[in-house]
Design a protein around this ligand. Structure first.
Ligand code: SF4
Ligand code: SF4
Length: 385
């Protein structure tokens, strides 16, 4: 579906099943080529890939809402397909983790529908993408490799590393378990990391249709430590980058601060029939890494300024429960438990991937807001960007 920049949008007033089912029906019916694929063969293998970052209640707005997934599963019942619902969350990837994930994210009931199963296949396969900008070979969970069609059902959230996590970033979850941490350490530069996300999307191009649950998204220190924020938006399309452009528009996020969609300059670059119906908001945005520094500066200056502005993870010892999750999540292996509290023992080795902040179940890790970062944010505000 190369160059298909069409995005379909529906507004929902909340997680009301009937309203969401209508919205899902509308989005699919607006995309005849998706229906054609769904009808193309008996027993079509469909993988629904929600955002299941961590085992959290749906009200936290961290994961794709189960009512939205139920509406999609119910819509798909009219086609002759087998449906697997699966994701590889942050951290460990095993049966116990998946059990807890499905239970807490309230997905267990989805298996009541015919031909629907929650994924417990832990195997993976090497994907080869020779035109990749950042990676040419990488591991992908088996159900994604075997699927005829992947329905990527992302959550619309701010992200302290990539600024936005939505359609493009959601496919990072197709890399199994801790392999994701290794990618962080191998790619500390946000632009290299973002190109890797685009590569994963490129490899799967043509077999991924993206939906976004932005009905209640997240603002602030996403993807897991921000605050739920209503926008009523449910939208989707074949091109995850075009879908993410609409997410930026809805959230009031400058497109040029999201490194995965730099080919797009404005909302006018996408095809959006329901443009006048789209409700836009001003989400609180997270501290940024180096995208706030203009590209026209020489690389050495960008690197120097990056070191001056980059937000550091700070552990609040009063909130820390000593659960060890961040210790296991840190790809640089610089967090230790000392007298039952987490401590970052070597800031110079910190690659600012924010996996620790993302994975802390108690919100004990916040990001510093250095003065230079605040200065660039003010400049942007002044320029109205
Ligand atoms: S994950 Fe959070 S609560 Fe657990 S040890 Fe780390 S900082 Fe403390
Ligand atoms: S301390 Fe946090 S931000 Fe730094 S490398 Fe470890 S996980 Fe990443």
């Amino acid at each position: 579906m190369k160059n298909n920049n069409k995005v379909s949008y529906s507004y929902c007033s909340g997680y009301n099943y009937n309203e969401i089912k209508r919205a899902v029906d509308n989005i699919i019916n607006e995309n005849q080529n998706l229906i054609d694929i769904l009808k193309s063969k008996k027993g079509l293998k469909v993988l629904i890939k929600p955002n299941l970052l961590a085992a959290r209640h749906p009200d936290k707005a961290i994961t794709t809402h189960p009512v939205a997934l139920q509406a999609l599963v119910d819509h798909l019942q009219q086609y002759d397909c087998t449906i697997t619902i699966g994701d590889s969350p942050a951290g460990a990837y095993n049966k116990n983790v998946l059990d807890k994930l499905y239970q807490t994210c309230q997905l267990k009931d989805l298996e009541n529908a015919e031909n629907v199963s929650l994924n417990y296949n832990l195997s993976d396969e090497v994907a080869e993408y020779l035109q990749g900008l950042s990676i040419k070979k990488f591991l992908v969970i088996k159900p994604a490799m075997e699927a005829d069609l992947i329905i990527n059902f992302a959550k619309m959230k701010t992200h302290t590393l990539t600024r936005l996590t939505c359609g493009v970033k959601n496919l990072f979850g197709l890399m199994p378990g801790v392999v994701k941490f290794r990618q962080h350490i191998a790619m500390p530069d946000i632009r290299v990391f973002s190109n890797m996300l685009v590569d994963i999307n490129g490899f799967l191009e043509g077999k991924v249709f993206t939906f976004v649950d932005g009905i209640v998204g997240m603002e602030g220190e996403g993807p897991s430590n921000g605050n739920p924020r209503f926008s009523g938006a449910l939208f989707g399309g074949w091109n995850a980058q075009a879908v993410d452009v609409l997410a930026c528009h809805i959230m009031g996020m400058p497109i040029d601060t999201v490194s995965t969609i730099l080919d797009y300059k404005s909302i006018e670059d996408i095809e959006l029939k329901a443009f006048d119906e789209v409700k836009i908001y001003q989400f609180n945005l997270p501290p940024v890494r180096n995208r706030s520094i203009p590209d026209k500066y020489p690389i050495w200056l960008q690197n120097l300024l990056t070191n001056m502005i980059v937000a550091k993870p700070i552990i609040n010892k009063k909130v820390c429960k000593g659960c060890n999750v961040c210790v296991e999540a840190c790809p640089a292996e610089i967090i230790e438990l000392q007298t039952k509290k987490a401590v970052i023992v070597s800031y110079p080795k910190c690659i600012k991937c924010y996996c620790c902040q993302e994975s802390c179940p108690y919100g004990a890790i916040k990001l510093s807001k250095p003065p230079v970062e605040k200065f660039f944010m003010l400049v942007r505000k002044f320029k109205g960007k």
